[in-house]
Design a protein around this ligand. Structure first.
Ligand code: GAR
Length: 218
């Protein structure tokens, strides 16, 4: 049985689109994207989801102000209506209460454009450039109450170039995001990756000998 997945967005929804495309492209993909939910009607991703024939729901968060639990009660009702089993956050710019995260323990994935635990929060690319790292990337992780933290499902890396600015680095990391998020969802939805306390483990060990060395050795 395919897992019923909702994607939560607040903006352009390019990761959402990558997940929708991956699910549509493979009849054996272990997840069905049953809804796209946004906390703002202005999210550009809503139109992309509608074009793809995915039901969309807007639960405006603004009227709730600091009442996060009130917003979440309405969101939870929408998730219940759609019989959602797994949530993927794709640029969802709203923090959850610990209660909501606990309720969905092991069932919410997030993507963040850095190699966590480095550079959580805002402006991850600026943080990476200021730190002078030679390699950055993106991380798909299970959501825990702390922001941009939690058991890591998958990461992808890119070389940081001397002439990078936050925009150019973000563009290269974004293309990695679009590759790893569908694969991470595939692993979790098929139970090939499972939570083990603070860690996410693959059920079958896979070898991966690739190394990325930056700058490249002569
Ligand atoms: C993505 O780069 C995602 O990693 C980031 O927001 C962007 C959303 O873009 N998420 C975070 O920074 C979470 N802390 P998208 O709407 O095109 O997917």
């Amino acid at each position: 049985m395919k897992r019923r997945v909702a994607i939560l967005i607040s903006g352009r929804g390019s990761n959402m689109a990558a997940l929708i495309d991956a699910a549509a492209a493979d009849a054996d993909f272990p997840a069905d994207i049953v809804a796209v939910m946004s906390n703002t009607a202005s999210a550009g991703g809503l139109a992309i989801a509608e074009q793809a024939g995915i039901p969309t729901v807007v639960v405006e968060s603004k009227p709730f102000g600091k009442d996060r639990a009130g917003f979440e009660a309405k969101l939870q009702a929408a998730l219940d209506d759609a019989r959602v089993e797994l949530i993927c956050l794709g640029g969802f710019m709203r923090l959850f209460t610990a209660e909501f995260v606990q309720r969905w323990h092991g069932k919410i994935l997030n993507i963040h454009p850095s190699l966590l635990p480095s550079f959580p929060g805002l402006d991850p690319h600026g943080q990476a450039l200021r730190a002078g790292v030679k390699i950055s990337g993106a991380t798909v992780h299970f959501v825990i109450p702390e922001t941009d933290a939690g058991p890591i499902v998958m990461q992808g890396a890119v070389a940081v170039r001397d002439d990078d600015d936050a925009e150019s680095l973000a563009a290269r990391v974004l293309s990695v995001e679009h590759k790893i998020y569908p694969e991470a969802l595939r692993l979790v939805a098929s139970d090939a990756a499972r939570l083990d306390g603070d860690y996410c483990r693959l059920v079958t060990l896979q070898s991966c000998d690739d190394s990325l060395i930056v700058p490249p050795p002569r």
